[in-house]
Design a protein around this ligand. Structure first.
Ligand code: ZN
Length: 135
């Protein structure tokens, strides 16, 4: 599930099941998930993993969400990346028309947060628990 790196028109994702790394073009992504007749505006479906077929989703934070409890943590920074991803996709016109009204204002990464939490670019390190994992 985790996004490892975010670029201007693609991202690098690590599959949570097989841990394969994939580069995914924004052309393969859409804000909004259609499930039968229901449309979930606050969700982005990743393409199925090329290795194991797992499907994963990321969920941008909703406008009324409270600040992350641990600023600077992996979870906090991943949330910032997902919100930035949503903003980039919306800017690229990559969203479901049915979801447009509910997406609302996206929240791109502010210059201050970018400088503070991503001084070396929009990438996240491998969480320390994974580093020792032989898989
Ligand atoms: Zn996989």
């Amino acid at each position: 599930m985790p996004i490892r790196e975010l670029h201007t028109d693609s991202l690098q994702q690590q599959c949570a099941s097989c841990r394969g790394l994939h580069t995914i073009s924004f052309d393969a992504l859409t804000v909004g998930i259609k499930n039968n007749r229901q449309v979930h505006a606050h969700g982005i479906a990743m393409p199925p993993c090329a290795h194991c077929g797992a499907r994963e989703f990321v969920f941008p934070s909703k406008p009324d969400i409270s600040p992350h409890p641990v600023l600077g943590s992996y979870g906090h920074r991943h949330r910032l990346l997902v919100d930035e991803l949503q903003a980039l996709l919306v800017r690229h016109g990559r969203f479901l028309q049915e979801a447009a009204a509910d997406i609302g204002s996206s929240r791109p990464l502010s210059r201050r947060d970018r400088k503070r939490w991503f001084p070396n670019g929009l990438r996240l390190p491998v969480p320390s628990t994974e580093k020792d994992d032989p898989r």
